[in-house]
Each structure stands twice: as C-alpha cells, then as structure tokens.
Design a protein around this ligand. Structure first.
Ligand code: ATP
Ligand code: MG
Length: 220
C-alpha cells in the first residue's frame, strides 16, 4: 500500500489544518509542537505527516519528498508554485499582505513626489510586482524576520508584511498605508503523486474540499 506523505509547518498552518484533517478522518499521532518529532504518524497506516518550515513546504512537495501539503499564498507567490498542482483554497490562516509605515510618515506625499522609497520585506517578489504595477520605483531590502523593526530602526521607510489582527503593527506604532491582497493557505499536490497514489490522494483531496467548504465564514 503506498504511503501518502503530507507536509505541514508548525504553528498556525498545523493548528488550522488539524480540524480539516480530522473531518477527513485523519488524526496525527502526536503534536509536533510538544513532541519535537519531524515525522509524525497518523491513525491511518497509509498517511504520515512531515513537519517542515512554512517556506519549505512547496519545495518538499514539488520534489516529491512529500506528496501533498499546505502552504500560504504568500509563500506560493514568492516561490512561484512551479511543479505544483493547487486544487484547493483551504481558506485557513487568513490574513492580508499590506504596505505599512510608521504612524505619521507621509506615504502619499512621498509617493506623489516620486521620492526614492526603501521597502523592507521577506516578500521581495510580491512587493516588486505590486510596486511595478503601480509604476513606482522602490529599493527593496530583503529580510527574513521581524519586518516591523525596519522602519523603527531606520532601515526602511515602509514594509510589506502580513497582518491579521493588526496588533503587532499597532504595538510598534505602524499603520497600513496600502492593501496588496488577501492571503489564505492552499492545498498543494505533487502532480506525479496524484497519478501514482490517486486511490489515496483523490478521496483525501475531496474530503478536505468538503471540510474547507463547511468552515464557518470568518467575521469581518
Ligand atoms: P517562519 O516563522 O519559519 O519564519 P513563517 O513566519 O512564514 O515562517 P508562520 O508564521 O507559521 O511561518 O506562518 C505560516 C503561514 O501562515 C504564512 O505563510 C502565512 O500564509 C500565514 N500567516 C503568517 N502570518 C499570519 C498572520 N499574522 N495571520 C494569519 N496568517 C498568517
Ligand atoms: Mg512567522
């Protein structure tokens, strides 16, 4: 019997995928947060879970080291999503990709003057495309974490980052000045695995689609 390997990242992707998996009849044997295990069995002998970094999920699935996974649209846009079948928006891990500056920074005026703007972000590709589409020239500074610090420390005028509640921005005296796009997590599948392991993969994808549809609509 072929084993289906499911790639997930710890934290909100794992936590929010868990109820969908449960609805599809799959229950991981352990919580990776407490067990520290990177390969986790499930109640199904033909399904296992590997725990990888959020930005590595598409890589594992594209190379076939995992057959199926869950990745944020933010990650997929940055990574290009090449070699991946994306059958389903799971509508979990919802947030927004935005441009933010320090409160009081004259973003509109700076843009209007055509002044050189420095933007710090982990999402260089998405940011470049967003500003290019607006005909804006910005200097992009690639970061790997804590984007919020960049405007406060004088590294950049603005950041491109994800927000959900806005509490982190608020705590750092930052405000949203542009909305780029809504973000949610997608199911991604290795196309070869879908063919070779169709008997396991197809019912699972269908069950996850049903579970995703059954979720309550988010407020706001
Ligand atoms: P790492 O923490 O390893 O650098 P990461 O920050 O991308 O990676 P998470 O914070 O677990 O990892 O985020 C995983 C995914 O959850 C993101 O790719 C995104 O799709 C979504 N996400 C990130 N931030 C938020 C947020 N504030 N609200 C809701 N969803 C978010
Ligand atoms: Mg994070």
């Amino acid at each position: 019997m072929p084993t289906l390997t499911f790639a997930l990242s710890k934290g909100r992707i794992f936590d929010e995928t868990l109820p969908l998996l449960r609805a599809a009849g799959i229950v991981p044997a352990e919580d990776p947060e407490s067990s520290r295990k990177l390969i986790v069995g499930t109640n199904r002998p033909d399904v296992s879970v590997v725990i990888v970094r959020a930005s590595d999920v598409p890589t594992y699935v594209a190379h076939g080291a995992a057959d199926i996974g869950v990745a944020g649209k933010d990650v997929l846009l940055e990574q290009g999503g090449e070699g991946l079948y994306q059958p389903l928006d799971l509508e979990i891990a919802r947030c927004r990709m935005v441009v933010a500056t320090r409160r009081g920074f004259d973003w509109a005026g700076t843009v209007q003057r055509g002044a050189r703007i420095r933007v710090a972000t982990k999402y260089v590709k998405t940011a470049r495309e967003h500003f290019a589409a607006k005909g804006m020239h910005v200097d992009l500074i690639k970061l790997h974490g804590s984007m919020e610090l960049a405007p406060l420390a004088g590294l950049a005028d603005a950041i491109v980052d994800l927000v959900s509640t806005g509490r982190t921005l608020q705590a750092n005296d930052l405000v949203v000045v542009e909305e780029i796009m809504p973000i949610s997590a997608r199911l991604i599948v290795n196309p070869g695995a879908l063919k070779l392991k169709r008997d396991v993969a197809k019912p699972l994808i269908d069950a996850l689609a049903d579970a995703a549809r059954m979720q309550p609509e988010p407020v706001a």
